[in-house]
Design a protein around this ligand. Structure first.
Ligand code: DQA
Length: 155
């Protein structure tokens, strides 16, 4: 049995639907979870989908992903821009990591332009709203077929 794709979400993403709808839209995290799980299943993947407001819990789950996941999709919320602990946890992983953000970070405040996740990620998707999670699944389908899954075709 293939291991699941872990989809981990950081702080305040539990508030999607009502939180700054002009930035994040009106889709709830529950709806994103349902849509992503259904899309993944069509591609032959099971998923583990979680959200936490706690930095330590997010680090714990990344460590868990090292043992139990075939790949990681991560929207670390604001910890993206602050957490060296998260970067260190991700650098210890040997599975593909896709960083996802609903909003386009580069159209926003300059403090959102730096990500501690990106240096450890295989790739990054931002600005596509909830679609970003689906596109991350599509990318992983392709990446996981490669002989060395965390390398790009052009390496
Ligand atoms: C976010 C972008 C982050 O800058 C912000 O702190 C979030 C959400 C996004 O999905 O667009 O909480 O990760």
């Amino acid at each position: 049995m293939t291991k699941p794709i872990y989809i981990l979400n950081g702080p305040n993403l539990n508030l999607l639907g009502t939180r700054q709808p002009e930035v994040y839209g009106t889709v709830t995290l529950d709806k994103i979870q349902d849509g992503t799980a259904a899309h993944a299943l069509k591609q032959g993947f099971s998923t583990v989908f979680r959200q936490t407001n706690s930095e330590g819990e997010l680090v714990d789950w990344c460590q868990e992903a090292a043992r139990h996941a075939c790949a990681l999709i991560l929207n670390a919320g604001a910890y993206t821009h602050t957490s060296i602990a998260l970067l260190d946890a991700l650098l210890a992983l040997d599975i593909p990591i896709i960083e996802v953000h609903l909003s386009n970070l580069y159209k926003r405040e300059s403090f959102r332009h730096n990500s501690y996740v990106t240096p450890a990620a295989t790739g990054m998707i931002c600005g596509l709203g909830a679609q970003g999670y689906l596109r991350a699944i599509d990318a992983l389908k392709d990446i996981l077929k490669r002989p060395t899954p965390n390398k790009a075709d052009t390496d």
